[in-house]
Design a binder for this molecule. Structure first.
Ligand code: GAR
Length: 188
C-alpha cells in the first residue's frame, strides 16, 4: 500500500510538480492526498488541480486559527506524512510536537548555512563556491531539525544567480523525490 502524504506549498510548486511527475511515472510509490496552501494565488494549487489532487486554501493570518484548520484538513485527508514544499509559514511548537518526525521540509542551502528566506541569493552574495539543498525533519525552529539528506551544488565561474537558481531547483526536485521514495520504502 502506498504511503500517504499531504503537501503544503505557498508558491510556484515546482517541487510538488516533481512529486506528481514521479508518482505518475512510477518512480515514487506515494499517494498525495491533499495539497494545502496559505496563498490564494499559489501556482501549486493549479498544479494540484491539474494532477487531480484535492486542494485546500487556508488563508487565515492568525496562527492558532490557521493551525486548527490545518490539523482538521490533515486529519480528514488521512495523510501519514506532511511534506513542506516551499511552504513559507512557521509551524508552532505544539503543532510540530503533535506530528513529530512526520513533517519534512526542503531548503535550498546546505543547512545549517543560510536558513530563512532567499537562501540561494544569500549563498550567491556570500561568494561561496558551493551550496546545495537539504531535506530535513521539521522542528520548532526556522529551517532547523535533523537533516535527512543533502545534495551539493557547485557555483561555477560563469554562473549568474539565474543559472545557479535553475540548477538548484533541478537538484531539489531530484533530492526530494529520492527522500520521499526512501520514506515510501520505509528506509527512513
Ligand atoms: C524551493 O526552493 C524551496 O526549497 C524553498 O522555496 C522554494 C519553493 O519552490 N523553501 C524554502 O526556502 C524554505 N525555507 P517551489 O514552490 O517551486 O517548490
Amino acid at each position: 500500500m502506498s504511503v500517504t502524504m499531504a503537501v503544503l506549498a505557498s508558491g510556484n510548486g515546482s517541487n510538488l510538480q516533481a512529486m506528481i511527475d514521479a508518482i505518475r511515472e512510477h518512480r515514487l510509490d506515494a499517494e498525495l492526498r491533499i495539497v494545502i496552501s496559505d496563498q490564494p494565488k499559489a501556482y501549486a494549487l493549479e498544479r494540484a488541480k491539474a494532477g487531480k489532487i484535492p486542494t485546500a486554501l487556508i488563508a487565515s493570518k492568525e496562527r492558532a486559527v490557521f493551525e486548527q484548520e490545518l490539523a482538521s484538513q490533515l486529519r480528514q485527508s488521512g495523510a501519514e506524512w506532511i511534506v513542506l514544499a516551499g511552504f513559507m509559514r512557521i509551524l508552532s511548537a505544539p503543532f510540530v510536537a503533535a506530528h513529530r518526525n512526520r513533517i519534512v521540509n526542503i531548503h535550498p542551502s546546505l543547512l545549517p548555512l543560510f536558513p530563512g528566506k532567499d537562501a540561494i541569493g544569500q549563498a550567491w552574495r556570500a561568494g561561496v563556491t558551493e551550496t546545495g539543498c537539504t531535506v530535513h525533519y521539521v522542528d520548532e525552529g526556522v529551517d532547523t531539525g535533523p537533516i535527512i539528506r543533502q545534495t551539493k551544488v557547485a557555483i561555477q565561474p560563469g554562473d549568474t544567480l539565474e543559472t545557479l537558481t535553475e540548477r538548484m531547483h533541478h537538484a531539489e526536485h531530484q533530492l526530494y523525490v529520492e527522500v520521499l521514495r526512501m520514506i515510501s520504502e520505509g528506509t527512513i
